[in-house]
Design a protein around this ligand. Sequence first.
Ligand code: ADP
Ligand code: MG
Length: 368
Amino acid sequence: MTALYAGLMSGTSLDGVDGVLVDLSHGCSLQAHVHQTFAPALREELFALNRPGGHDELHRAAGAANGVADAYADVLAALLRAAALPASAVRAVGAHGQTVRHQPAGRGYTLQLLNAARLAEAGGIDVVADLRSRDVAAGGQGAPLVPAFHAAVFGRPNEATAVLNLGGIGNLSLLPASASGSVRGFDTGPANALMDHWTQQHLGQAFDADGAWAAQGQVQTALLQDLLTEPYFEAPPPKSTGRDLFEPGWLAQHLARWPGLKPVDVQATLLALTVQSVVQALRRHAPDTTVLRVCGGGAYNRRLMSQLEAALPGVDVQDTGAEGVAPGHVEALAFAWLAKAFIERRPGNLPAVTGAAGPRLLGALYPA
Ligand SMILES: Nc1ncnc2c1ncn2[C@@H]1O[C@H](COP(=O)(O)OP(=O)(O)O)[C@@H](O)[C@H]1O
Ligand SMILES: [Mg+2]
């Protein structure tokens, strides 16, 4: 049986779709990677659907789910072309979908838009989708789901290692030094989402390349402390978050208390918020960490990486490229890996991370 899997991921940054084709028979051997941005109209619609209260949301969400499926199908086709492989060579696709609501608490739910039937029809490959809902149904956060994969790929026997994914939202995986310790993990808060928003608003650019703009500003300590009073940062794990909480209105509410700040200084402060939320989480939950490996788009932000390194003396801070895995590939690889777990009927969640009542099979199958 072939162990070739595809992973398709689009995160809260809404920067587009990352796809990988990977051989998971022994370890994790990348065959192809493709990134494609969302068409501007689809991106706008997905942003709009992240906010409650729009007109005719059900109809629009269904249309957007078709759009996400078509974008995923394009990436899948490009992956097969890049690897010169037929669809029949791929055992299954793990397809995340686009999160537009994430409210796992209580009788909660998490909603990833993706018409998986449409993707199965277009791609001719088994699709494993809706990978978060079962964990939420079992009382879990449904997130983060990547720590098990991080442990498999980045764990070290004698070193307390943390893996930090800097997407729109940040999440940490805490990998113990000894085999007897358990893997932990949680979302840290905003990573790129608010910086992207602020850069779009003031520079008309999708993101602050290399953190160059932030590097020109002065961190506003009072604003930073105010932002850090958000109870989410202090809340104990299990915890996860999204654009539901850390959205432009959240920032605007805080900024209203500090009128007259220069945009460039706000950007510097938002970068410092990403750094400090991570540093505080590490201090509180994994003070013995000696190795930090960073992935996600934020790993390409040189200012963010250098500030993280400066704030964590004694910790070996590098992006996951140091382990042979490009930072932009990690999340998509994790969803290929989760698809394999589903196909082999192995649980994908870590109850110690998500708070679910127990290990669960994650995903729903849309056969080719
Ligand atoms: N060269 C770069 N400089 C600064 N930020 C970057 C760079 N490359 C990517 N990013 C950031 O990474 C984000 C995309 O990261 P990604 O891991 O795909 O997040 P998500 O999983 O939320 O989609 C972009 O929105 C941007 O903020
Ligand atoms: Mg992305």
